[in-house]
Design a protein around this ligand. Structure first.
Ligand code: PSU
Ligand code: MN
Length: 304
C-alpha cells in the first residue's frame, strides 16, 4: 500500500512488494551538489553500487508535481543537465508547494526521508547531511535535515555532516533532538572529505545487522525519528582535515563577502571547494557516496 501521490518505478514496486531490500537515494546531490557530467556519472554509479550490494536503488525526485521513487535513465539525464536555478531544491517546507504547482524539484536529505517513508523505504544513502552552519549566531541557518532525522523513521547513511558546518553544534543539536549518531568502524565522527573530525561520535556500531536491529528497536519502543549513520570515507580517497580547514575557511569567507545566504550556501561552498582543491573534493565526494551506498544496501538487507 503506497500513497497515491507517489509513482514507484516497476523495479522498486516489485522489490517492496517482495519484501526485498531497497535503498533510497536523493536528487539534490545531482542538481545542486555536483557539476555536469560528473553528477550523472555518479547518479548511475551509486545505483550500480546499491545493486551490486544486493539491494534495489530508488532515486527520488519530484517531476512535474509527482513524487517519483526510482528514476529511469532518461529522467536522471534530464535532472543532471538542468541548471540549478531551474529546479527547486526541496526540503520539508517546499515539497507541497512544488507538487501543488506541478513543478519539478530535487529532494534534499529532509525531503528524501519524507518521500522514502511514504513509499515504505527505511534506508537512505547520501553524502553528507546538512547541519548547523558556522555563524549560526547571526544567520540562524540550521538545516531542516536535523529536524527531519528527529521525526521521520529512516536510517540515513552519510559520511558525517559536511565539514563546512559547525560540527560541535551539529552534534549537540542532534543529541537534543534525540537522534542517534552512529559511527561505523571507528570512534571518531567523520567529517565528510576527511575520516576524522577531531570529535568523538556518540555511538558506534560496526555490524550492519546491529544498525538494522537498532532501527527495529526504535520502532518497537514507539520512538519517532530515524538514525544517522556516519561512515568514514575510505582512507585512499580522503583529504586530510589539515588540508581542508584553510580551504573551507576561505570558501566561507567568500560566501560571507558575496552575501550568499539560505539555500544557496551549501551549493556555493561545494562548488568553490571543487575549484580550490582542483577537483579533489569532488573525487572524494564521489568515493564517499559510493561507500555509503554499499553500507546502506547491507543495512537494508539486514531488515532495518
Ligand atoms: N550530500 C552531498 N552533496 C550535497 C548534499 C548532500 O554529498 O549536495 C545536499 C543534501 O541534499 C542535503 C543538502 O540535504 O545538501 C543540505 O542543504 P542545506 O545545507 O541547505 O540544508
Ligand atoms: Mn540552510
Amino acid at each position: 500500500m503506497t500513497h497515491d501521490l507517489i509513482d514507484l518505478s516497476p523495479e522498486v514496486r516489485d522489490a517492496l512488494d517482495g519484501g526485498r531490500p531497497v535503498v533510497a537515494l536523493e536528487s539534490t546531490i545531482i542538481t545542486h551538489g555536483m557539476p555536469f557530467p560528473q553528477n550523472l556519472e555518479v547518479a548511475r554509479r551509486v545505483e550500480t553500487s546499491v545493486r551490486e550490494s544486493g539491494a534495489t536503488p530508488a532515486t527520488i525526485a519530484v517531476m512535474a508535481g509527482r513524487i517519483r521513487v526510482g528514476l529511469d535513465d532518461e529522467t536522471l539525464q534530464a535532472l543532471s543537465r538542468t541548471p540549478q536555478d531551474q529546479v527547486m531544491k526541496l526540503s520539508r517546507a517546499d515539497l507541497a508547494v512544488c507538487m501543488a504547482t506541478g513543478r519539478t524539484g530535487a529532494t534534499t536529505v529532509a525531503a528524501t526521508m519524507i518521500c522514502a517513508d511514504l513509499a515504505g523505504i527505511r534506508v537512505f544513502a547520501t553524502g553528507g547531511i546538512g547541519g548547523v552552519h558556522r555563524g549560526v549566531e547571526e544567520t540562524m541557518d540550521v538545516s531542516a535535515d536535523l529536524q527531519e532525522l528527529a521525526r521521520t523513521p529512516v536510517t540515513v547513511v552519510s559520511a558525517g555532516a559536511k565539514a563546512i558546518l559547525d560540527l560541535p553544534r551539529t552534534l549537540e543539536l542532534l543529541e537534543t533532538l534525540g537522534v542517534p549518531v552512529i559511527a561505523v568502524g571507528q570512534d571518531a565522527l567523520p567529517a565528510f572529505w576527511s575520516r576524522d573530525s577531531g570529535l568523538a561520535a556518540p555511538l558506534r556500531l560496526d555490524d550492519p545487522a546491529d544498525i538494522a536491529a537498532a532501527a527495529r528497536m526504535r520502532r518497537a519502543l514507539g520512538l519517532p525519528g530515524g538514525q544517522l549513520v556516519v561512515n568514514p570515507i575510505p582512507a585512499a580517497d580522503e583529504i586530510p582535515r589539515a588540508r581542508m580547514i584553510p580551504l573551507v575557511d576561505q570558501a566561507l569567507a567568500e560566501a560571507r563577502t558575496q552575501g550568499v545566504a539560505a539555500k544557496a550556501v551549501t551549493p556555493f561552498l561545494l562548488a568553490r571547494l571543487f575549484e580550490l582543491t582542483a577537483g579533489q573534493s569532488l573525487s572524494a565526494n564521489i568515493a564517499l557516496v559510493i561507500n555509503n551506498a554499499r553500507l546502506a544496501a547491507r543495512i537494508a538487507a539486514e531488515g532495518a
